[in-house]
Design a protein around this ligand. Structure first.
Ligand code: NAD
Length: 503
């Protein structure tokens, strides 16, 4: 019998995985499994380099037409997409739960992010403003214009199987770009369902050309082909640091533009004046939400020594009573890890932490089918090598500190730089954490956790997280090219810098 989560969206057990001008069955059969129980849900026939080249070619043709459509009309297309998403929110969320195992509240939150960025993009479609700049020359005017950039390639990770693409696609579409999507091989069903919904709205929109949105389900080969294709002016890649490094090299090699959203290793400082009740809630949501599989998941907790024992005791008690299991069951807060490899990576990291002087609380594997674990707390020395790595699982390393400068130094002493937080009742401490010599991350929070960002802010991180920014604020500028224009409305030709070049 067809799984209800697939049936509700018209997905069968055998699906085409390449969408260029229409849906096609590519040569690469990909098995779609559920993280909940490992059940095979469908086979998706994806593609590789050849299919990606076809998608890029179609996107290039579509771009040449779409860039000439007025931006507010492009916004109208996104408005219609958002209306369709609102209608199918529950079904799309149920599919996220079924395929990657998010609890329903988080899955619905992911679709809400699509709606939110869509609404943001619609407003933005009338605000792609450049500025006017005073000219040093008489009877001259300078200005900037923002023009569509070109086709955008989007590589997405499994843990936000729809939202990451939506953040990119909604902005790219209002910016006048076409979009090629290479989703995670672990979340092809979510990708197909989301893409179908958009493709339908695009097909019904008079000014939208064929090839405006394309999809190639595939593995590394398709991703590499996307990164290397010179027709894709921007490559927005979300995933692990090794993936981002490979993509960065490929895109830089052809002097393309990349937007990298890579792994995090997010820390929180809990200061002596912290509200402990608030701290525990913020820590637990950030550390165990999505079973520790968010790029912004809390992975390092740096606690003032005066609170250390009390906070650890409360966290151990909270971890002991976490409702873990099938995310479809009422009350579950922690669902499964994505697959066996994730479970093995967690076990390996815990063994390494113990070997490096760590003391483990919880972290045991629970009964399946599906990879279920009790999230782990590990008391560990702040110089243990393992805490510099992102293990994509619910492991929280806990360590004490004595003064804030030391805590900030510990906090920043990792290669990644995505999200960070301080819990404190002391305004001066909070400001020091946010100041230039404070947190070195792209996201720095006060009295909230490291995860759960809103779409209104620019999202992304520094260091090996890749430096990209997407979502709100002025992140849209990555999807456009800036043209500086100087206009002479006089009869003379004065040169800048006072240069005299009379012939
Ligand atoms: P992953 O790196 O294994 O895969 C991500 C995507 O990259 C997939 O679509 C994959 O097929 C593709 N890919 C892999 N190698 C490639 C290559 N050489 N060239 C081109 N494409 C390639 O990551 P994952 O396991 O799906 O996701 C987890 C990782 O993603 C974590 O490190 C997490 O922190 C990160 N992540 C970051 C953000 C962010 O915004 N910073 C958001 C979500 C996830």
């Amino acid at each position: 019998m067809m799984d209800p989560a697939l049936a509700a969206l018209g997905l069968s057990a055998d699906l085409p995985g390449v969408v260029v001008d229409r849906e096609r069955r590519g040569p690469l059969p990909l098995v779609a499994r559920s993280a909940i129980d490992g059940a095979v849900l469908a086979t998706v026939h994806g593609g590789g380099a050849i299919e990606m080249a076809a998608a890029a070619a179609a996107a290039q043709v579509a771009f040449l037409r779409w860039r000439a459509v007025p931006a507010p009309r492009r916004g109208e297309l996104v408005r219609r997409i958002v209306a369709a998403v609102r209608e199918r929110k529950a079904d799309l969320a149920a599919l996220i739960t079924r395929e990657v195992g998010k609890i329903p509240a988080e899955a619905a939150g992911e679709i809400q992010e699509w709606i939110d960025i869509g609404d943001f993009a619609v407003g933005l479609s009338r605000q792609l403003n450049g500025q006017t700049i005073p000219s040093e020359r008489p009877h001259h005017r300078m200005m900037e214009q923002w023009h569509p950039l070109g086709p955008v390639g989007c590589i997405s990770a499994f843990n936000f199987p729809i939202a990451v693409w939506a953040w990119n696609a909604m902005l790219a579409l209002v910016c006048g770009d076409s979009v090629v999507w290479k989703p995670s091989e672990k979340a092809n069903l979510c990708a197909l369902a989301a893409h179908r919904l958009v493709a339908q709205v695009v097909a019904d929109f008079p000014e939208a050309p064929p090839g405006l949105v394309t999809l190639v389900c595939g593995g590394r080969e398709a991703g590499e082909a996307l990164a290397g294709d010179p027709r894709l002016a921007l490559v927005s890649a979300t995933g692990s640091v090794p993936m981002g490094r490979a993509v960065a090299v490929a895109v830089a090699g052809r002097l393309g533009r990349s937007l990298l959203e890579l792994g995090g290793n997010n820390g929180m400082i809990v200061a002596p004046s912290a509200d402990l009740e608030l701290a525990v809630r913020a820590i637990v949501f950030a550390a165990v939400g999505t079973c520790g599989q968010r790029c912004t998941s809390l992975r390092r907790l740096i606690v003032h020594r005066s609170l250390y024992a009390a906070l650890l005791a409360r966290l151990r008690a909270a971890y002991a009573r976490l409702p873990i299991g099938d995310p479809r069951a009422a009350g579950t807060l922690v669902g499964p890890l994505i697959d066996e490899a994730a479970g093995a990576a967690m076990a390996q990291a815990l063994a390494a932490a113990r070997a490096q002087g760590g003391t483990l609380h919880h972290g045991e594997r629970l009964a399946g089918p599906g990879v279920y674990v009790r999230p782990a707390l590990v008391e560990v020395p702040s110089d243990a090598a393992i805490i510099r790595d992102e293990t994509f699982a619910p492991i929280l390393y806990v360590m004490p500190y004595d003064d804030l400068d030391q805590a900030i130094a510990i906090h920043n002493d990792v290669p990644q730089g995505l999200s960070s937080a301080i819990v404190t009742g002391d305004a001066r401490e909070a400001e020091r954490f946010l100041a230039p010599a404070g947190s070195d991350c792209g996201i720095a929070n006060v009295n909230i956790g490291t995860s759960g960002a809103e779409i209104g802010g620019a999202f992304g991180g520094e260091k090996t997280t890749g430096g990209g920014r997407e979502s709100g604020s002025d992140a849209w500028k990555a999807y456009m090219r800036r043209a500086t224009n100087t206009i002479n409305y006089g009869n003379d030709l004065p040169l800048a810098q006072g240069i005299d070049f009379t012939v």
